[in-house]
Design a protein around this ligand. Structure first.
Ligand code: SF4
Length: 428
């Protein structure tokens, strides 16, 4: 007899023949997280463990992980084959020892099991050559410039904290500040502010040894007062300037920051920034205020929206990519309880942005236990499947280009690992 998770998965696969099976399985694994048999870690060829590049993206705290899970869980898996004959599908790892999805070792290597039933072969991303480099500060390079998306994206969290502080300001789904504490408590060399010189030194090694990475994301928490005497835009601008000055155009430059004034966007663009991510998180106005109280109080939803539209005049609409944290609009106590209502709300946001030529992406909400919304069950798989359909319908109806800075699109090709939006894009 099938478990409830398997029933839900196979039910959606049957109902959603218009979606790639890869996208449906990927969303379910992201939604529920992954467990691992300990022997997988010692038997797999050398691979890249999770670098905890900004948030924990786990469903249990580090302190609750047994064995070597906290140190050795891989960053991503690539799943293929199995009874669904899946094309290679890159999926970010959200550690959850209780998940019905589990990676176990079998005769021919690691396999993904859904409550014991085989779903396909699993690979872990090998460590890139530049991970062997040592920095003059003694820091490991993976702490300064980790790599994600199967090697496509360098991720530079310049500031590992956020000045939206406490539950009255922090985005309710976000564990950045708590994750910083738990990483420090676990003894990781978790640098709060990464010196620009150290970032440049790390990138020298990348430039010398790597040809896979095509983009970098510069990001960190919001700066509401000042950091090192600088405003948020000034703080992050210096990194862009320094990187683009030293390695002009070497990688596609992306920044995940707040919604800035148009003149500040112009400064970022002049510094060499190509892709701007003023993340919107959740569309509904009431939920925006409840779930993103800091953003709502400091900037406000209406101004945020206006600035996104103005930013499109600076960067070009296709290079402004706000993120939705998909599923958080169904979090409780404030969120929708009916899937179709949640989808209708987010669809209205997609229509608004895409009507301006701006293509939002989405990531999959991870109810991290140390966040304010932690410990909740995720939305059903039906929600994510309907969201993928809605995203693709609106995207196609506006005849928009594939979002730049995410690498290839489509099943078997997509590298973006924290949602399946790139997996469902069809050839034009
Ligand atoms: S702005 Fe919100 S999502 Fe971003 S780091 Fe701060 S609390 Fe987290």
């Amino acid at each position: 007899m099938l478990s409830s998770t398997a029933l839900e998965l196979y039910g959606q696969l049957e109902q959603r023949a218009d979606l790639p099976a890869e996208a449906i399985v990927k969303q379910d694994v992201l939604r529920l997280g992954l467990g691992f048999d300990e022997q997988v870690f010692s038997r797999a060829p050398e691979y890249k463990p999770k670098d905890y590049f900004i948030f924990s993206f786990d469903m249990v705290p580090l302190s609750a992980m047994e064995g070597t899970l906290a140190q050795r869980a891989p960053e991503e898996i690539r799943l293929s084959g199995g009874p669904l004959n899946l094309l290679p599908t890159v999926i970010s790892v959200r550690v959850n020892p209780q998940s019905p999805y589990r990676v176990a070792w079998r005769e021919d290597g690691p396999r993904l099991l859904l409550e014991g039933e085989d779903l396909g072969a699993v690979e872990f991303h090998r460590k890139p050559a530049f991970y062997g480099a040592r920095l003059s500060s003694g820091k490991v390079i993976s702490e300064i410039v980790p790599v994600l998306e199967w090697g496509y994206l360098l991720y530079i969290t310049a500031y590992r904290l956020c000045q939206y502080w406490g539950t009255k300001e922090e985005c309710q789904f976000c564990d950045i500040n708590e994750n910083y504490r738990q990483q420090r408590d676990a003894g990781r060399p978790y640098t709060a502010v990464k010196p620009i010189a150290t970032v440049l030194e790390a990138l020298e090694h990348v430039a010398e040894k790597d040809t896979t990475a095509q983009a970098y994301t510069l990001t960190g928490g919001s700066i509401t007062s000042s950091l090192q005497g600088q405003s948020e835009v000034d703080f992050y601008l210096r990194y862009i300037e320094a990187i683009e000055d030293r390695f002009p155009g070497r990688w596609i430059s992306k920044a995940v920051v707040q919604a800035f004034k148009k003149e500040d966007c112009q400064r970022l663009k002049a510094a060499g920034l190509k892709i701007y991510h003023p993340n919107f998180e959740v569309w509904d106005a009431r939920l925006f205020a409840a779930i993103c109280p800091g953003k709502d109080q400091h900037i406000g939803r209406d101004l945020w929206l206006r600035r996104v539209v103005e930013a499109a005049e600076v960067f070009g609409p296709s290079c402004v990519i706000p993120n939705f944290v998909a599923g958080v609009e169904m979090s409780q106590p404030h969120g929708f309880t009916v899937v179709d209502e949640a989808i209708a709300s987010t669809r209205a946001g997609l229509e608004f942005f895409m009507g301006h030529g701006v293509v939002p992406r989405f990531t999959t909400w991870c109810p991290e236990p140390l966040s304010a919304l932690g410990g909740q069950a995720p939305p059903p798989l039906e929600y994510y499947c309907k969201l993928l359909v809605a995203w693709r319908e609106v995207f196609e109806s506006h005849q928009l280009p594939v979002p730049p800075g995410y690498g290839p699109a489509g099943p078997g090709r997509a590298l973006f690992s924290v949602s399946a939006f790139m997996d469902v894009i069809r050839p034009a």
